[in-house]
Unconditional design. Sequence first.
Length: 122
Amino acid sequence: MKKPRSPESFLPLKPHWFHVLLSLANQEQHGYGIMQEVLDRTGGRVRLWPATLYGTLKRLIDEEIIEESASRPAPELDDARRRYYRLTRFGRRVLSAESERLEDLVRVIRAKRGISEREAES
C-alpha cells in the first residue's frame, strides 16, 4: 500500500504531465485525443510524441493521478483498441494545486512587471 501523499509533493509538475491533466480536466479521452488537444491548445508549440505520451500516461497511472476509464463511446463512434483515461480524485487535487502555483507565479510576474514599467517611466 502506498503511503499518503499530498498533491504538493508532485509540484512543480513536469510540463507534459500538466498538459495531460489539463486535457483530462473536463472529459475522458484516449491517447490520440490528448495529443491532439495539447497540440491545438498550444497552437502547435507543444507536441506530445507517442513515446512521451504513453510513458507519461503509465507514470500518471502508477502514481494514481489518472486511471483507465471503463466507460466508452457508442461502438460506431469508437475503436475497440483505444484506451480512455480520466483524472482520479487525487489527480484533480494535483491539477488544482499546480494551477494555483502557476496563477501565483503569474501574479508575481505581473506585479514585478508593473514595478519595472513604473521605474522605466520615471
